[in-house]
Design a protein around this ligand. Structure first.
Ligand SMILES: [Zn+2]
Length: 252
């Protein structure tokens, strides 16, 4: 019964009208209030409905073990994340009010293989892997995980073409082995969560093995394992035990 009550609302949601206006919650920044205008409110409600459905999926994934249903839920979660990314793109283009953009999104649109926890694995020269690798085709869009400021755009060495950003949560992020960085991006630019900032590639020491190498420092300085964050963003099953993940869970 639990499964039926969880799944059916999700399945039914796709063609339902948007969430009622009364469920809209005010933006956290009072200096930039969201003012619904004609033609924009639908988008606000669309985003809210997506976030609520994503929360519902996260709750369901804590309860359900049937792999078939878990697969359906994760697939739905990915679709929702794509839709949220599209909304952010529209906000960036000025088509909609930029609201609720402090949500975090999975950075790669399409995976070639499931990512895994490869933090700390041995690397050449006695190094240890300081991030997680996400395999994807060359040219796959790379999205900012959260609202960020571009700190550095580098090209060379083991990392190849790479972007370092400071995120709104206080985290630093390092995206490496890129094929391209969006042409108009410069140091100091602000980007929104979900905004495309470049493409996945195989530059640096990743030649022939295109992937995103991602590093994360929740305090902005010390690299730590980003896998739990990626897992949550992807819609992973296990609820995170680490309090430091707070900024990424249920943020609106
Ligand atoms: Zn790596």
């Amino acid at each position: 019964m639990l499964v039926a009550s969880v799944i059916s609302p999700l399945a039914a949601n796709a063609n339902q009208p948007a969430t009622p206006v009364t469920q809209w919650t005010a933006p956290s920044d009072p200096g930039a209030p969201f003012r619904p205008e004609a033609g924009r409110l639908d988008v606000a409600l669309e985003r809210l409905a997506l976030l609520e459905r994503r929360d519902g999926i996260a709750d369901a994934l804590r309860e359900i073990e049937d792999p078939r249903i878990v697969g359906v839920l994760r697939s739905e979660n990915r679709r929702i994340n794509t839709e949220l990314g599209d909304l952010d793109d529209r906000a960036y283009r000025g088509e909609v009010e930029p609201f609720g953009l402090d949500v975090a999104v999975f950075p790669v649109d399409e995976l070639r293989k499931m990512f895994w926890d490869d933090w700390g694995q041995p690397r050449s020269g006695g190094r240890r892997h300081q991030g997680n690798d996400t395999l994807a085709q060359i040219g796959t869009p790379l999205r900012a995980i959260e609202d960020s400021v571009i700190v550095k755009i580098g090209n060379g060495g083991l990392a190849g073409l790479a972007i370092t950003v400071d995120g709104a949560s206080g985290s630093a992020w390092f995206y490496a082995h890129l094929d391209s960085v969006r042409e108009d991006l410069e140091v100091g630019d602000r980007v929104r969560a979900g905004e495309v900032i470049g493409t996945v590639g195989d530059t640096g020491n990743a030649r022939g093995a295109p992937h995103l190498h991602l590093q994360w420092a929740s305090d902005g300085e010390t690299w730590e394992n980003p896998f739990p964050v990626l897992d949550v963003l992807w819609g992973g099953g296990a609820p995170p035990a680490d309090e430091s993940l707070g900024p990424f869970i249920g943020r609106r």
